[in-house]
Design a protein around this ligand. Structure first.
Ligand code: F6R
Length: 616
């Protein structure tokens, strides 16, 4: 949600800032802008729409400076206009700022600043913060305070309530940049005589793999030669430089039309990476290095609570099913955003897991903090090393699937399903699951990349189906038990990337209401595994056909359907229950992807959305 980049070095800042924005565009694409220190002033270009529009706009300027900031916006305060685009420049022209987050008390600060003669040209909270820094800077200039640029940023931030990742430049501090964070991610890339700050590693990885993950409340002051980190209270912080383990290749399209397509097809490798080194030597259970829980402690857990948002919540629902089914331990899966305010009663010794690809989702972070506040241990299933969630939990499991850039989550989702299945095994083997069943389960998990490959081979068949159905405006996705969350996921994917109204339902619930939607205009996608409820699912399909509803059936190979029941059939390999949700996910991902392509939608940047939702 909004992406920021800042550069200090010896190269032309504008090139690096725009390149960084292109890599962060998935975080927001309402407008984009950049500001560079040049001569005695600030050269500024900003434009509504994609970074492409900014590139055209920037050609009207002559950017030569080597210090600057840039931003790609997902609008919160103020509409999508050029004036509301970042960077914002203070009314005295001295300070320019980019911001990811929300300054909640901006109205009272604005009133104060108007009283001091500051003027505003946008409706944003960001411009208020920018002018507040300018106000402190002007005051410090009068008193001759030496470190007044850094000091004035710190002073302003002490008054700011809300969340921010910011980068600031000042006309009177050439070659300097100040950046700070609270509740929004910010990473410092440490290059060879150059520094880049960004909301995400993707924006700086082509320049350096050495990074410092800034923490909430930290402020970094950068000059062309060095950087230093302090707190808002001016205490020194020792910087820990980490090395990013993936390189720029992972953030490139590599011949794919979209990141979503690339990430769908990367899933066999991503699943291998999520499993690597996580099975016991005897091959009968899963092991995790980062849980920070001994077997005795683990054995005492009487309930698991899984929290997440959107797609990650669907993965929580599958984990609930598998842990209850195989380990017979009660599990609750809740929306993180609801859990946080619901204040429901909890059992004596629950263990919390938060699931989050980005590790920055504010609702999930809020739920994590609430559970911790109540004294519970919280672990994370997370894909982003150094993320806020990774840092604030008591331990957890990294997904290791590499950067996920497509706004619609795909490989991160199946990896979360896999880790949920591995956890179910881990817990089950500590309870009643036999060695032999454990070995069978492990072998099933190890085989999942190949099963996924087999489903991916059907892409041309699924594409042809998608093209036949792309004109419909309503879809139902129906599944039962562990495939009900996959029906939800199928509906969510279709909604978000193709703007088609879709609903996911437990198949048997259809007759309690959604059946009223069925007509020849509303196709139903059924998830039909070989199982003891196969005949029940068949009845649900019959009910749809009886009402002339088109049916797209995703079924286990070998399942037989009476003639005319499945208008379209997509098969998935027969597999262990633990991996069934993963295997069944691939066709719904491909179906949504190809439908969106057939409708000419911008798959990687769906309207109104942004990856990593850092506002409540
Ligand atoms: C949908 C999607 C979102 C995210 C949700 C949580 O395709 O990607 O629903 O799953 O915003 O994001 P993370 O996992 O980063 O917490």
């Amino acid at each position: 949600m909004c992406g920021i980049v800042g550069y200090v070095g010896r190269q032309k800042a504008s090139t690096i800032l725009i390149e960084g924005l292109k890599r962060l565009e998935y975080r927001g694409y309402d407008s984009a802008g950049l500001a560079v220190l040049q001569g005695d002033g600030i050269e500024l270009a900003k434009k509504t729409g994609r970074v492409g529009n900014l590139v055209k706009e920037a050609k009207k300027h002559r950017f030569t400076g080597t210090t600057g900031i840039s931003h790609t916006r997902w609008a919160t305060h103020g509409g999508v206009t050029d004036a509301n685009a970042h960077p914002h420049v203070s009314s005295d022209g001295r300070i320019a700022l980019v911001h990811n987050g929300v300054i909640e008390n901006y109205l009272s600060i604005k009133k104060f600043l108007i009283g001091k003669g500051y003027t505003f040209s946008s409706e944003t909270d960001t411009e208020v913060l920018c002018n507040l820094i300018a106000y402190h800077f002007a005051k410090a200039t009068k008193t001759g305070d030496e470190s007044h640029f850094l000091g004035s940023v710190r002073k302003a931030l002490r008054h700011a309530e809300g969340t921010y990742g910011i980068a600031v430049i000042c006309t009177e501090a050439p070659g300097e940049l100040v950046a700070a964070r609270k509740g929004s991610p910010l990473i410092l890339g440490v290059g060879d005589n150059e520094f880049i700050v960004a909301s995400d590693v993707a924006a700086l990885i082509s320049h350096t793999q050495n990074v410092v993950y800034l923490k909430d409340g930290e402020v970094v002051h950068i000059t062309p030669k060095e950087f230093s980190i302090t707190t808002l209270d001016e205490e020194d912080v020792e910087a820990v430089v980490d090395r990013v383990t993936w390189d720029i290749e992972a953030a490139e399209l590599n011949g794919h039309a979209h990141f979503m397509e690339k990430e769908i097809f990367e899933q066999p490798a991503a699943l291998e990476n999520s499993m690597r080194g996580r099975f016991s030597e005897d091959g009968s259970t899963a092991k995790f290095g980062g849980l920070n829980l001994g077997p005795v402690e683990f054995r005492q857990i009487d309930r698991f609570v899984f929290l997440g948002c959107g797609t990650a919540w669907h993965a929580c629902l599958v984990a609930e099913h598998l842990i209850e089914r195989f380990a017979r331990v009660p599990v609750e899966a809740d929306y993180a955003s609801e859990f946080r305010y619901r204040n429901g009663p909890l059992s004596g010794n629950p263990l919390f897991f938060v699931m989050s690809q980005s590790g920055e989702t504010i609702d999930t972070l809020g739920a994590l903090r609430e559970a911790k506040r109540k004294g519970y241990k919280v672990l994370a299933i997370n894909n982003t090393v150094g993320s806020t969630i990774a840092r604030e939990t008591d331990g957890g499991i990294y997904q290791h699937v590499g950067p996920e850039i497509g706004v619609a989550s795909t490989k991160a989702f199946t990896s979360q399903l896999l880790i949920g299945a591995m956890l179910a095994l881990h817990v089950a083997r500590m309870r009643d699951m036999s060695f032999a069943d454990g070995v069978e389960y492990v072998n099933a998990l190890k085989g999942v990349p190949d099963l996924v490959r087999r489903v991916l081979e059907q892409a041309p068949h699924i594409k042809a189906i998608a093209q036949r159905y792309a004109h419909h405006t309503d879809f139902l996705f129906l599944g039962r038990l562990s495939l009900f969350p996959i029906a939800l996921e199928g509906a969510l994917k279709l909604k978000e990337i193709s703007y088609i109204h879709a609903e996911g339902y437990p198949a048997a619930e259809m007759k309690h209401g959604p059946i009223a939607l069925i007509s020849e205009k509303c196709p139903s996608v059924f998830l039909v595994p070989k199982s003891e409820i196969f005949n029940k699912l068949l009845s649900s399909i019959q009910e749809v056909k009886a009402r002339r509803g088109p049916t797209i059936v995703i079924a286990t190979e070998g399942c037989e359907f009476p003639p005319g029941l499945a208008d379209e059939l997509i098969t998935i390999p027969d597999c262990h229950e633990a991996v069934l949700p993963i295997v069944a996910t691939i066709p719904v991902q491909l179906l949504s992807y190809y439908i969106a392509c057939a409708r000419g939608c911008d798959v990687d940047k769906p309207r109104n959305l942004a990856k990593s939702v850092t506002v409540e």
